[in-house]
Design a protein around this ligand. Structure first.
Ligand code: ARG
Ligand code: ZN
Length: 869
């Protein structure tokens, strides 16, 4: 079925990787003069350019009002250039060009939050990745044009803070109550890394001395009242700087590093050179206002943006098809950082849970694409779980295979070869191969192919010969757009346990890869293979894909008892957790009985709570309804999944009975030495209380109310607010009112207030209606939209009933106002075609309807792909 409304229009706008051409001109230096006024901004630009190849001089520009243009001293008239809505083109330009332009732009009415925009009454910021700079001035706005930027920013003195990348050269008076600052960034960079900030903000200052002895001034800018909430971010920044020196040999290279927080931001944060701009949700962190999960996220995003300084900024992408070069590698780096911050196993559990909940469904539906796509209409649509998370997995696989030392030799070689360049995925894999001495070129297949491979494994034990054999087979679902799918190199980390004693065998097999990791790793790179282990004295239980060594769907015919065995005996915390998840998927999707799982929980949990409360809290994970739904490819009935899952939780609550109350009362987060275990205790307490409430224990509400009023910690407060609200406890209304009063001036905490209500298990269309009609609801703030929409979407029964219209209306409204966010929200409906009738038809009709009214490349491309199933 292909029902794309206007494939011609889309086809003509498609950009292909194979068409890449070098830019005809390079920019040696650029001077910007940005003058901000209340109702317009004037941008002057002087570009010193040099010809590189034959062809017209092409400058990209969108929504710019051109006032004047001077080439090598001569003012051009309209007949000297061609100007359309996307570019300015000059034919027969000389080889050396100095081009001066003046344009007028309107940040004060820019709702798309791209380019320069007014984020609040006291703040203007930029977001230029990937293609926002062309909304500021005419420029060869592409990542393979690197230049030295000098920026003059001028504004009214009611905005005391004037920032741009690099070093501050000069400040001064500009008359009529105005002032200016001039900044220069000595490092050559592409335009997407340019940033400037004009505003009235307070600042937290600190400093850091690099391994080379450079004293770096660190500054975090935020609203005055939020400055105390910047401590955790500042600590994380210093920690990241040290971590990159120790693990990759990469010190910071400028004398200052600035972070600016804004509540109006489309994404998480942006790595602009020396001047990161962050969504407040990824920088403000304080126990009283922020949940533990959000605090962990702040630390990982701070690290992520910092790590981009080398993987992204010093070495950047040749073109946007290579986005996963910088994002996949940087996510892998921030995940490794977070593994060092808390428990490595739990960090891995959380990262894999995200991968499976977002990337796997994306890759099995109509929006599936290779980590390095080969075509796109709107590159903003490709900041996806596949580019980021699957991109990270590819790097993790190569690192697992090489082991730490060789991986480091490979990355050293990459920085040695390519510092200061704009490169491709091939350059990365080649450098990694050359530096490590291991040929990794077949990993390029992972970058170039879509889809999650299926890995089918069978085990055979020959007791007489004491040999255990594994037969492996890999396959990919055929894909019309990618007809020649190749076998992928899949590192399979594995262990064998003696089923009788529970002890782990020391593996003897020539098939295993030699690396510095202590796990046995087998590199499976054929369509089929068999491997043998000798000296296996008693029947073994095999644990496969330890630590999730490859992003694949594993099929192995474990008995439920073997999975219960792994829950108790596996020493790899990740695979211990994975065993619970595999059991639960069988119970919830294949209607297996729950008894083995319940018994294994009773056997495992008490000791684990003593030993590792954080891991214990994850052992209680039950796959979400959304994730379970994504495992179903046709005739999906969200209500059925909901009933199954609720029934399982009811049984778990009943079976654990008194244990929940005892455990709740015995746990005290303040007794824990470190933050991560205290976080585990808080999570466990909330789980215990939720299970008590499920048993109908009225004491649960009393305890919840008590905890609500005695704690100062957001995870504790929000955990019990959920218990009260989601169970319609008599105390719920007062608690919600109290929460609102306490936090009405704290936007991020208020987001949680919206979210708790939107994700009420029995939320109705009226619930959502009331929330979106609330005076604090704001369609101009992506965080607030996401708090309600995300809450709604935590219940797929709602998503696929009244939620369909909710998401379609948002896409329609945001199509013009903020197409980046509009397109993202629409993606929630991408698996519509898996629904059972009549829902499937209804959603399809609604999507077709939307197709006739939307115009942005973002929403149109997403919608067309969604309908091409
Ligand atoms: N490079 C940023 C990061 O990953 C994300 C920027 C996304 N921007 C966008 N318009 N999609 O840290
Ligand atoms: Zn990034």
């Amino acid at each position: 079925m292909n029902i794309a409304a206007n494939p011609m229009v889309e086809a003509s706008q498609t950009i292909y990787l194979k068409d890449y051409q070098k830019p005809s001109f390079l920019v040696d230096a650029v001077e910007l003069d940005i003058q901000v006024y209340a109702d317009y901004t004037q941008v002057g630009a002087t570009l010193k350019m040099q010809r590189q190849t034959a062809g017209d001089l092409v400058l990209l520009g969108r929504d710019l009002e051109l006032k004047s243009i001077i080439l090598n001293g001569t003012e051009l008239s309209e007949s000297d250039y061609q100007l359309d809505s996307e570019q300015l083109r000059i034919a027969n330009a000389p080889d050396q060009v100095t081009l001066e332009t003046i344009v007028i732009i309107h940040p004060e009415s820019n709702t798309q939050l791209e380019g320069l925009y007014q984020a609040s009454s006291d703040l203007f910021v930029t977001q230029n990745e990937p293609e926002g700079f062309r909304k500021i001035t005419f420029y060869p706005d592409r990542p393979d044009v690197l230049s030295v930027f000098t920026t003059r920013v001028e504004a009214d003195k009611k905005y005391p803070v004037l920032l741009a990348n690099g070093n501050l050269l000069e400040t001064g008076e500009a008359g009529e109550g105005r002032h200016y600052a001039i900044w220069q960034d000595p490092t050559k960079k592409p335009s997407y890394l340019f940033a400037c900030v004009i505003g009235d903000l307070a600042v937290m200052k600190d400093h850091y001395v690099t391994s080379e002895g450079r004293n770096v001034a660190l500054e975090i800018y935020a609203e005055e009242k939020d400055i105390p909430k910047c401590k955790i971010a500042m600590q994380a920044l210093k920690h990241s700087m040290r971590w990159d020196e120790e693990h990759y040999g990469l010190p910071y290279d400028l004398d200052n590093y600035m972070i600016v927080a804004t509540s109006a931001f489309n994404m998480g944060a942006m790595e602009n050179k020396g001047l990161n701009i962050f969504n407040t949700s990824c920088v403000l962190a304080d126990e009283e206002y922020t949940t533990d999960a959000a605090i962990m996220r702040v630390q990982s995003v701070i690290a992520h943006e910092y790590f981009h300084n080398w993987t992204g900024n010093r070495i950047t992408c040749r073109d946007w098809f290579q986005l996963c070069l910088k994002e996949g590698l940087t996510v892998f780096r921030d995940q490794s950082f977070s593994e060092d911050l808390q428990s490595a196993a739990v960090q891995r559990i959380d990262d894999v849970a995200v991968l499976k909940a977002h990337q796997f469904p994306e890759d099995s539906g109509p929006l599936s694409h290779p980590p390095r796509p080969d075509h796109f209409v709107e590159i903003n649509n490709f900041y996806t779980a596949t580019v980021y998370e699957k991109g990270a997995e590819i790097n993790r696989m190569m690192s697992t295979l090489l082991g730490k030392e060789k991986f480091r030799k490979g990355s050293d070689e990459y920085f040695r070869r390519h510092d200061g360049q704009a490169v491709t995925v091939e350059d990365w894999v080649n450098a990694l191969s050359a530096g490590s001495g291991v040929d990794l070129s077949n990993f390029l297949t992972w970058y170039n192919q879509p889809g999650t491979p299926k890995l089918e494994v069978q085990g055979e034990y020959d007791a007489a010969a004491q040999v255990y054999r594994l037969n492996l087979k890999q396959s990919l679902k055929s894909n019309a757009k990618y007809p020649n799918l190749k076998a992928l190199p899949i590192p399979v980390a594995l262990a064998l346990f003696n089923a009788e004693t529970g002890e782990q065998y020391i593996l003897q097999s020539e098939a295993l890869v030699e690396n510095s990791v202590k796990d046995g790793v087998y590199l499976f790179d054929q369509a089929q293979a068999s491997i043998e282990f000798s000296g296996i004295t008693a029947h073994p239980v095999v644990s496969l894909l330890r630590n999730f060594s490859a992003p694949v769907n594993l099929e192995f015919n474990y008995s439920n008892d073997e999975l219960a065995f792994l829950m108790q005996h596996e020493t790899n915390g990740f695979n211990q957790w994975q065993a619970t998840q595999t059991l639960l998927e069988r119970i919830l999707l294949e209607e297996h009985a729950a008894d083995t799982y319940l018994q294994a929980m009773k056997n495992t949990v008490p000791a684990l709570i003593e030993k590792d409360p954080l891991l214990a809290s994850r052992i209680f994970d039950v796959p979400s309804e959304g994730y379970l739904g994504s495992r179903i490819d046709q005739n999906y009935q969200p209500e059925k999944i909901q009933q199954q899952r609720n029934a399982l939780l009811d049984t778990l609550a009943r079976e654990l009975g008194a244990f929940c109350k005892e455990t709740y009362l015995s746990l005290d987060p303040d007794m824990q030495q470190d933050f991560s275990q205290a976080m585990g205790v808080r999570a466990l307490k909330n789980i215990m209380l939720a299970l008590m409430a499920r048993q109908g224990d009225a004491k649960a509400f009393e305890l919840a109310q008590q905890q609500y009023h005695t704690t100062r910690n957001m995870s504790e407060r929000l955990g019990v607010l959920r218990v009260l609200v989601w169970n319609d406890a008599p105390q719920a209304k007062a608690a919600l009112e109290d929460f609102y009063t306490r936090f009405k001036d704290e936007a991020l905490a208020l987001d949680q207030w919206f979210m708790v209500q939107a994700s009420h298990p029995k939320a109705t269309a009226e619930t959502i209606q009331a929330l979106t009609a609330h005076p604090d609801y704001d369609l101009g703030t992506p965080n607030r939209i996401r708090s309600v929409s995300g809450g709604l979407n935590s219940n797929p029964v709602n998503t696929w009933s009244f939620g369909v219209q909710h998401f379609i209306d948002l896409a329609k409204y945001l199509d013009e106002k903020n197409p980046i966010v509009g397109s993202r929200l629409l993606q929630v409906l991408s698996r519509w075609y898996t629904l059972a009738e009549p829902q499937r038809n209804q959603v399809q009709a609604a999507l077709l309807n939307l197709q006739s009214v939307v115009k942005s490349k973002n929403v149109v491309e997403t919608l067309n792909s969604m309908l091409e199933v």
